[in-house]
Write a protein that binds this ligand. Structure first.
Ligand code: G3H
Ligand code: 13P
Ligand code: ZN
Length: 349
């Protein structure tokens, strides 16, 4: 199956009332882990690459690997997404490579650190939407700012500093025409999100529900959605790691989000933890080993287990065969004719 439009994948998820995990990749083993989980659970899937991943793996290596994944798994709908694009040029280069979806994260300036103004965010996101939609490519925007810093990307601080304002979310969605909207509800990227099991004072599910009520037809995206399970954390520390105690986003909260318009859930940290734990275990228990396959194979298997579990928990499992892919050229026609514009965005009050 060719790579599929993320918009089609999310529209199908909305129809079926489920969420779709968007898993970050940097190398072949991570792509294989995701595809083997998708195959086992019969799940459509979003694979995403950050700017850091594109630089690490080199664009062409990474994109050819994704094409291989699509060729080897013709029964699985796969959308290839640019995670946290920082500028029009970053998104344009992903589209020109063949990505079927891009995130223009205009919540931060191009440096990926300084919060941008609302007007700056609208302007750059709208520019990306015009370019992408003309080519049949999906666009995710972000309003509000997440906490934490990953690979130099992020404003720092806690997730509570720039929570999304529901009124601004409505204006942003209407003025930009984004297909999907990432919102800030208290989560942060990375392992250190919360200092105790999060309640409504730090994880603002009420804000998410308010935004969904106002924008029932916009696909919402939860970033920083790793659950940071204790078992993965413990394996790392058991084999010489030094992670501090921490809490992630409980799966039940994500499932509440899915019942309230969340269609894309970004997960990276849980997979990083799973792979690192598996590698540490092999090297700790058998220090005489030096063949990378001896630790990369268990690492790939550990990531596959986490991804398959999330696919089941998010509800995408079993849905790979529900639909046939619409070509990107047809999707472009749908944007041009207005058939794919999300109207009315705002629920009648
Ligand atoms: O947005 C955060 C993702 O976990 C990607 O992280 O920029 O370190 O590749 P990265
Ligand atoms: P985590 O760090 O919680 O896995 O979040 C990943 C993410 O939001 C990627 O954009
Ligand atoms: Zn993110």
């Amino acid at each position: 199956m060719p790579l599929v439009s993320m918009r089609q994948l999310l529209d199908e998820a909305a129809k079926g009332g489920y969420g779709v995990g968007a898993f970050n990749v940097n190398d072949m083993e991570q792509i294989q882990a995701i595809m083997s989980a998708a195959k086992e659970t019969k799940s459509p899937v979003i694979v995403q690459a950050s700017r850091g991943a594109r630089a690490f793996a080199e664009d062409l290596y990474l994109f050819k690997l994704i094409q291989a994944a699509a060729e080897l798994n013709p029964e699985i709908p796969i959308a290839m997404h640019q995670d946290h694009g920082n500028s029009f040029e970053t998104c344009k280069s992903a589209i020109e490579l063949g990505y079927t979806s891009v995130m223009m994260d205009g919540s931060l300036k191009e440096d990926g650190k300084t919060p941008a103004s609302f007007e700056e965010n609208v302007a750059v996101t709208k520019k990306v939407v015009d370019f992408a939609h003309a080519r049949g490519v999906t666009v995710e925007g972000e309003i509000g700012v997440l906490g934490g810093v990953e690979d130099g990307h992020g404003a720092g601080g806690t997730g509570l500093e720039h929570i999304t304002d529901p009124d601004q979310a409505v204006e942003f969605a209407e003025r930009t025409g984004v297909d999907a909207l990432a919102i800030a509800i208290g989560t942060s990227h990375g392992a250190y999100k919360f200092t105790k099991k999060p309640d409504g004072s730090v994880l603002k599910m009420d804000v998410l529900i308010a935004i969904h009520k106002r924008l029932p037809n916009t696909h919402l995206v939860m970033h920083g959605s790793s659950s940071v399970p204790k078992d993965l954390h413990d394996v790392i520390n058991q084999y010489g790691g030094k992670l501090k105690e921490t809490w992630g986003v409980p799966v039940e909260e994500i499932q509440l989000g899915i019942r309230n318009g969340v269609r894309k859930i970004n997960v990276d940290t849980d997979n990083r933890l799973a792979m690192t734990g598996a590698i540490r275990k092999v090297l700790w228990e058998t220090p005489e080993k030096f063949d990378p396959r001896d630790y990369m194979k268990p690492a790939r298997e550990a990531m596959k287990k986490v991804v398959a579990l999330r696919m089941t928990q998010f509800g995408q499992a079993g849905h790979a065969g529900d639909y046939q892919p619409v070509s990107i050229a047809e999707i472009a026609k749908g944007y041009a004719s207005g058939a794919l514009s999300i109207k009315p965005l705002v629920a009648a009050r």
